[in-house]
Design a protein around this ligand. Structure first.
Ligand code: NAD
Ligand code: IPM
Ligand code: MN
Length: 361
């Protein structure tokens, strides 16, 4: 097949890890007889440096001509980077929110799998993680606090800031359907996470999820409060199959889930609308603390590329080939700095990408 892939290299470690995902995609193209055409797109700090804004309308138009987008993380260190002298709407993160909204990417899928080989990198006890675990977080991505009205005003001589958390039943319904659909293909278990003991938006969330559940009698639905979920993720991660949750809770819980798999550098992410198009990126950030050192873990980005092959291009065998190669390289004992442990071999970003690419049959 022939596909056009938009490539947003991003900031910090972004260009380093994206390059390795492209290396792996090129190997797939060669081995399986596909043609991937890459279209470079600028977003985040890299776009601010060229255009003065984090995402131009022209870049969105170019992205719309692509079959999928592969992205490295964007952003810098807020205390030192000049990008954060700009007003909030012009900062790197605003570009990310704009692209999510522009493509209506309301469904964000973040799979957290503990590979047997990475048990040593997981901070939890052997008794908790034995047998591994495999969960996915279905995070709502275009609503909630991220997109509600926000303002900072002066009230009676005091600065007061507002961020509003809004959800319509339609927004809750469509993400719930996505979660139940994916649960059907897995262990048929959805845990919906909210704060229904306090928030109206969560009470509506719970009601609508219950309504959608009626169409999926084969799927077991339970509800969990978000504070309890944060605790349960480290107490007993094996209990989770599909976690369905709103935007902000999903952001926080996915970072927590990533660490339980060994590192944020392992967690891929895919964002969808109702079409085959998807935006694929690592769940973690641009890691300014290690940028430029060529030590970042490229696996989350490489696994995001595998998700792209599966979900946007229907290339299941090719996606599996990448995932198997990742497993094999870990089995051989190669590790980047974030997952290294005694008895394993420390390698850099480029070497990790090359080993995974070479391992593809
Ligand atoms: P971060 O995820 O960038 O880094 C947190 C810690 O994890 C750091 O110690 C970092 O070195 C480490 N880390 C992250 N990815 C790694 C990898 N692949 N390999 C090895 N170690 C890795 O979070 P932060 O420091 O809070 O944010 C930095 C910047 O990234 C901010 O500007 C933030 O807004 C942005 N950010 C962007 C995205 C995105 O583009 N999707 C996601 C999260 C954060
Ligand atoms: C993520 C990131 C973003 C988010 C930031 C950079 C806006 O943390 O993709 O998880 O909060 O969604
Ligand atoms: Mn995040």
């Amino acid at each position: 097949m022939k596909a056009t892939i938009g490539v947003i290299r991003g900031d910090g470690i972004g260009p380093e890890i994206v390059q390795e995902a492209i290396k792996v995609l090129d190997k797939i193209a060669g081995s399986f007889g596909h043609t991937f055409v890459y279209k470079e797109l600028l977003m985040g700090g890299a776009s601010i440096d060229v255009y003065g804004e984090p995402l131009t309308d022209e870049t969105i138009r170019e992205g719309q001509q692509c079959d999928a987008i592969l992205m490295g993380s964007i952003g810098g260190d807020p205390t030192t980077s000049p990008w954060y002298q700009l007003e909030p709407a012009k900062r790197p993160e605003a570009g990310l929110l704009k692209i999510r909204k522009a493509f209506n990417l309301f469904a964000n899928l973040r799979p957290a799998t503990l590979y047997e080989e990475l048990k040593e990198a997981c901070p939890l006890k052997e008794s908790i993680i034995s047998g591994g675990f495999d969960m996915v977080i279905m995070r709502e991505l275009t609503g909630g606090l991220y997109f509600g009205e926000r303002k900072t005003v002066n009230e009676n001589g005091m600065r007061v800031a507002y961020d509003s958390l809004t959800y319509s039943e339609e927004e809750i319904r469509r993400i719930s359907i996505k979660a139940f659909e994916i649960a059907k293909k897995r262990s048929c278990k959805v845990i919906s996470v909210d704060k229904a003991n306090v928030l109206d938006s969560s009470r509506l969330w719970r009601n609508v999820v219950e309504e959608v559940a009626k169409d999926y009698p084969e799927v077991t639905l339970t509800h969990m409060l978000v504070d309890n979920c944060a605790m349960q993720l480290v107490k007993n991660p094996k209990q989770f199959d599909v976690i369905l949750t709103e935007n902000m809770f999903g952001d926080i819980l996915s970072d927590e889930a990533s660490m339980v798999t060994g590192s944020i550098g392992m967690l891929p992410s895919a964002s969808f609308n109702e079409t085959k198009f998807g935006l694929y990126e690592p769940s973690g950030g641009s890691a300014p603390d290690i940028a430029g050192q060529k030590i970042a873990n490229p696996i989350a980005t490489i696994l995001s590329a595998a998700m792209m092959l599966r979900y946007s291009f229907d290339l299941d065998a090719e996606g599996k080939a990448i995932e198997e190669s990742v497993k094999n390289v870990l089995k051989q004992g190669y590790r980047t700095i974030d997952i290294v442990s005694e008895g394993t071999t420390l390698i850099g970003t480029e070497e990790m990408g090359s080993k995974i690419a070479e391992g593809i049959q």
